[in-house]
Design a protein around this ligand. Structure first.
Ligand code: XLS
Ligand code: NI
Ligand code: NI
Length: 438
């Protein structure tokens, strides 16, 4: 059965083509910055947005049909799996990501839900082998069901915690069975609405305990992938505990989890936190915690997670600059945690959206490589800090200068008489030149 009948496998046709169902910039086997684009970008499909979400919003019903011709939920789950691999093949996506409940619907009891997961896991394994696709990461949906109304790992009710642990145990098992390269903790409803009813310290202790138990259990059953935590400041709760990269790093260090977790940075979550995407990536990189990316973009005029397909090349360029500077992806990749707009409701729109996102990142990779080869920006930054390479700067960095010595030095100077220009506008123009002039 073919689900996307009108669509052929999308090919690289270069920038001269007018075929909307072609890549202009993503040429999977072309080498950029020392590796094939396929290896550099490690594109993944998000099962939830792509295969499940029908475009429901606060004001209206879904606009697209994701029933895959099925008449009951398990038939739908099976058909969805076949459709997912057809879509990944046609888009040349090598990886996918899922929540447990995306691949198999929750049953009436936990054991029924688990049995459903087992059935679909067998099918996915088969399809992965047949089609040469890989699981970038798995996760558990511990936020949709009403039992998680006050959180899961941070719920005030211990029974809810126990249920979440059971659900995560199973999610880790299926991720391991499918050779997942990662497992993600995204906060879901881990946060609070008001401190009037919340014991924040206790909730965070519990969350850390759940994460520690998960890592220990996963390693004990042979999971060798990376663990990620995905920062987000707000939505659905007013204050999500995993606010941003810096907050998450402090949490991980407090509980001694920093050796076990890396960060999964999402563009739209960065902007919700009042940062730009590059800032969040830089914080992760500078702290040796860069792991994976949820590729999307927000709307700067809206204060929620719009999860749009990324098309802003300036942003994808600065993102890929950080990725290259971090040494590239190891087990992580670019997961399109993105959905078509509610009005873009046809199956063709899904393909056109992925093509737009993949091309925007392919172009970003090409441009980031160009920035590095051009060298002017990096040289400018290096030069800006040149005073630290010799003399007093070197002694301060080495830790050998004393306060008294610095005082004597400053007294002798009288005042600082040279300060180099920051040249922001010049550098922005260099960026434009690199992006558009050659
Ligand atoms: C929601 C998150 C979610 C995670 C996976 O805002 O981005 O989609 O990536 O649970
Ligand atoms: Ni995400
Ligand atoms: Ni998100």
């Amino acid at each position: 059965m073919e689900y996307f009948k009108n669509i052929q496998k999308v090919q690289y046709e270069g920038t001269k083509t007018r075929n909307p169902f072609a890549f202009r910039f993503y040429n999977p086997d072309e080498t950029v910055a020392g590796k094939s684009m396929r290896e550099q970008l490690r594109f993944a499909m998000s099962y939830w947005h792509t295969m499940c979400a029908e475009g429901t919003d606060m004001f209206g019903v879904g606009t697209s049909d994701k029933s895959y011709g099925a008449s009951n939920p398990m038939e739908q789950a099976r058909n969805k799996a076949y459709a997912a691999f057809e879509l990944m093949n046609k888009l040349d996506l090598d990886f996918f990501c899922f929540h447990d409940r995306d691949i198999a619907p929750e049953g009436a009891t936990l054991s029924e839900s688990n049995a459903r997961l087992d059935e679909i896991t067998v099918l996915l394994k088969e399809l992965m082998t047949q089609n040469g696709k890989k699981l970038l990461w798995g996760t558990a949906n511990c936020f949709g069901n009403k039992r998680y109304m006050h959180g899961a790992g941070t719920a005030p009710n211990a029974d809810v915690f126990a249920f979440a642990a059971a659900q995560i145990k199973k999610a880790v098992e299926i991720t391991t069975a499918l050779d997942g390269e990662g497992y993600v903790f995204w906060g879901g409803r881990e946060g609070y609405e008001t401190l009037l009813n919340t014991d924040m310290a206790r909730e965070q202790d519990h969350m850390a305990h759940l994460m520690r138990m998960t890592v220990d259990y996963a390693r004990s059953i042979g999971f060798t992938g990376d663990f990620y935590i995905e920062p987000k400041p707000k939505e659905p709760t007013k204050h999500q505990y995993d606010f941003d990269s810096a907050t998450v790093l402090a949490f991980l260090r407090k509980y001694g989890l920093d050796k076990d977790f890396k960060l999964n940075i999402e563009a739209n979550h960065a902007t919700l936190a009042g940062h730009n995407f590059q800032h969040e990536l830089r914080v992760a990189r500078d702290n040796g915690a860069f792991g994976s990316i949820d590729a999307n973009q927000g709307d700067m005029l809206l204060g929620w997670d719009t999860d749009q397909f990324p098309t802003n090349v300036y942003e994808t360029t600065l993102c890929m600059y950080e990725v290259l500077r971090a040494g590239g992806f190891t087990k992580g990749g670019l997961n399109f945690d993105a959905k078509t707009r509610r009005g873009s409701y046809t199956p063709e729109d899904i393909f056109l959206s992925y093509i737009a996102g993949m091309d925007a990142f392919a172009l970003g990779l090409r441009m980031a490589d160009k920035i590095i080869r051009d060298g002017r920006i990096d040289a400018f930054v290096a030069d800006r800090y040149a005073s630290w390479n010799t003399g007093i700067g070197k002694r301060i960095e080495e830790g050998s200068a004393t306060m008294a010595e610095l005082e004597a030095y400053a007294l002798k100077m009288g005042d600082v008489n040279t300060n180099m220009s920051g040249r922001q506008e010049y550098l922005e123009n260099v960026m434009n030149e690199i992006l558009f002039a050659y």
